[in-house]
Design a protein around this ligand. Structure first.
Ligand code: KIV
Length: 304
């Protein structure tokens, strides 16, 4: 019998980036799926605040608390033999340095996470640095930030014009300089995903950020085709339902991992483009995103 694969650490994620091996990531919220994901070869598991939507049935992530993240981390962590566990810091839990440190301490010590993820650009650099110098590995989440729903009013693709793209490139550098060990890019044009990954010194994981980043992540219930968003017929453009053609859930997760590793997912149909006709595309995007937010606070399939 072969020896069990060693657990994935940050150094392994960095090695994979250097070697050009894609990193397969997935959200997870409970023990049963943790076992399946780990066995299927998922490299990084995220306790995402998307649990507020796919587990709790809400329309946004803002009601999720540190207690929720710790609870679900505790369900998942003991069942991961190999995958690297990351936990979200929920809305306002990192609003001050002290709160961020307290939240990170709880999700790492009580939940078993090895890294925290927090949404925001350069305005979070101070918090990222405060955590990083205290030994907390941080993943910085750029692009679409679902926790900003009440400020944005609607969810839409980010970084589509050159000014916004430049701002995001700058954010990515500032956050790395502050100590971020990983970047996550959500819903941005594939060309911008590539530019950020090319200039990055740390692994870059994308969700709706095109194929030219170091790894991919999806919400588990989306890629199994069972999230309310998908069953209500509003599958985001970047989501592929891996249950289609799979005999069981574990096979679907394996198919996802293999598709990421082989660079077969995401395909062109899952990617967003840079805005070429600003006026027209802007109107279309706004209208569709606003319609979507009335139902659910995540990006609809049609927002392309
Ligand atoms: O909460 C979540 O699931 C996320 C996604 C980007 C995967 O942050």
């Amino acid at each position: 019998m072969s020896a069990p694969a060693p657990s994935v650490q940050l150094a392994e994620l960095r090695r994979m980036r250097e070697a050009g091996e894609k990193i397969a990531c997935l959200t997870c919220y409970d023990a049963s799926f943790a076992l399946l994901e780990d066995r299927a070869g998922v490299d990084l598991v995220l306790i995402g605040d998307s649990l507020g939507m796919v587990i709790h049935g809400g329309t946004m992530t803002t009601p999720v608390t540190v207690e929720h993240i710790v609870y679900h981390s505790r369900c998942v962590a003991p069942h991961l033999k190999r995958a690297f566990l990351v936990a979200d810091l929920p809305f306002l839990s990192f609003a001050t340095r002290e709160r961020a440190l307290d939240a990170a301490q709880r999700v790492m010590q009580q939940g078993g996470a090895k890294m925290v993820k927090l949404e925001g650009g350069r305005e979070q650099a101070d918090i990222v640095e405060y955590l990083a110098v205290r030994g907390v590995p941080v993943c910085a989440h750029l692009g679409l930030q679902p926790q900003l729903i009440h400020k944005m009013g609607a969810f839409k693709v980010q970084g589509r014009d050159e000014a916004a793209a430049e701002a995001m490139l700058h954010d990515a550098q500032v956050l790395q300089d502050a100590g971020a060990d990983l970047l996550l890019l959500e819903c941005i044009p594939a060309a911008l995903g590539r530019r950020i990954a090319e200039r990055s010194r740390v692994p870059v994981i994308g969700i709706g950020a095109g194929p030219d980043v170091d790894g991919q992540i999806l919400v588990l219930h989306d890629m199994l085709g069972i999230s309310p968003l998908v069953t209500l017929g509003r599958k985001p453009r970047f989501v592929k339902n891996f249950m289609e053609g799979a005999p069981d859930i574990e096979s679907a997760i394996r198919a996802y991992v293999q598709a990421v590793k082989r660079k077969a997912y995401p395909a062109a149909e899952h990617c967003f483009e840079t805005q070429t006709a600003p006026a027209l595309a802007g109107v279309k995007t706004e209208a569709k995103a606003s319609a979507a937010v009335q139902g659910r606070a995540r990006l609809p399939a049609s927002d392309s």
